[in-house]
Design a protein around this ligand. Structure first.
Ligand SMILES: NC(=O)c1ccc[n+]([C@@H]2O[C@H](COP(=O)([O-])OP(=O)(O)OC[C@H]3O[C@@H](n4cnc5c(N)ncnc54)[C@H](O)[C@@H]3O)[C@@H](O)[C@H]2O)c1
Length: 281
């Protein structure tokens, strides 16, 4: 597998998981556009890629802003001549129990993740649609970032969990819509030691690096990046799937499979249905 000549945009790539994705994509031969809302650390990642002999440019900005999303995709095409990969990774948290959550804590988290996925994907999709309609072959890949918090309960993260479940929902629809242009869309649910997880004391303890020198650092964010690189490659045919990744573990998720059901040839009464469903759950 190689990413030679593929042009990739990675959002939120100044630190944490996004930084590792950008470094690995570049090491595998991709030309990388490093986006982050923080310009300075984004430039550090670019400098690191270039120093290692790779190709990268910085494109700072808030990825949930319409103009930034449009400019980001246009910049990738102008700088490197095309776009093949979009890694939607930028994210934030504002944890609080539901009963005391502030309006802005809900809005900002939902906006960053959901609109932050939609906007760059929308502009990338427009580029690939344009190419497909012009008869150009397209073999593109979008990698979204969801979370176990969106696939299972995590008290204190109703805003984040709702946004991340939304990302998984966005992904399956985007995969179905964009297949006609030659675009695959998948989602990764990572678990790694980053600024986000270090902010939660219990997680920070659990994900600490190993004490023994040379031992496998299972929670290093770089462990997630090979999955992203494979999903980004032209060699991969997978679309519409969610993968959980941490350490050396990768699991295929099936977020909304039917577990059980009841059926009758007519309308249920509420009482009758209640009895059936109570037995089912
Ligand atoms: N670390 C984990 O275990 C974990 C688990 C599940 C999901 N995730 C997801 O992985 C992604 C990366 O998170 P991380 O853990 O590396 O955290 P991080 O804080 O280390 O990195 C997130 C990056 O996104 C950037 N960012 C935030 N809002 C932005 C915006 N509007 N526009 C552009 N950039 C923005 C930040 O500046 C930061 O550099 C997020 O989507 C997060 O929700 C992480």
């Amino acid at each position: 597998m190689t990413l030679d000549g593929r042009v990739a945009v990675v959002t939120g790539a100044a630190r944490g998981l996004g930084r590792e994705h950008a470094l690995l994509l570049a090491a595998e031969g991709a030309h990388v556009v490093v986006n982050d809302i923080d310009a300075e650390p984004a430039q550090v990642v670019v400098d690191e890629i270039v120093a290692a002999g790779g190709q990268a440019v910085a494109a700072p900005g808030d990825v949930a802003t319409w103009e930034t999303g449009e400019a980001l995709i246009a910049y990738a095409v102008e700088t490197f001549g095309d776009l093949h990969v979009l890694v939607n990774n930028a994210g934030t948290t504002a944890d609080r129990f539901l009963a005391t959550m502030a309006e802005d804590e809900w809005d900002s988290v939902v906006r960053t993740h959901l609109k932050g996925h939609f906007v760059p994907t929308r502009w990338a999709a427009a580029w690939w649609r344009h190419q497909a309609k012009a008869g150009e072959p397209v073999a593109a890949s979008v990698v979204c970032t969801t979370s176990t918090s969106g696939l299972a309960a995590n008290p204190g993260q109703s805003n984040y969990g709702a946004a991340k479940a939304g990302v998984a929902g966005f992904m399956v629809t985007a995969a179905a819509e964009l297949a006609r242009y030659g675009v695959r869309v998948n989602a990764v649910a990572p678990l790694a030691r980053t600024r986000l997880t270090e902010a939660v004391p219990e997680l920070a303890r659990r994900l600490a690096p190993p004490a023994e020198p040379g031992a496998f650092d299972a929670w290093h964010p770089a462990n997630v990046s090979p999955l992203v690189a494979w999903l980004a490659s032209a060699a991969c045919a997978v679309t519409g799937r969610v993968f959980l990744a941490h350490g050396g573990t990768v699991e295929l998720y099936r977020p909304w499979a039917v577990e059980a059901g009841v059926e009758k040839a007519g309308r249920w009464s509420a009482a009758e249905l209640g009895e059936e469903l109570a037995a089912l759950t």
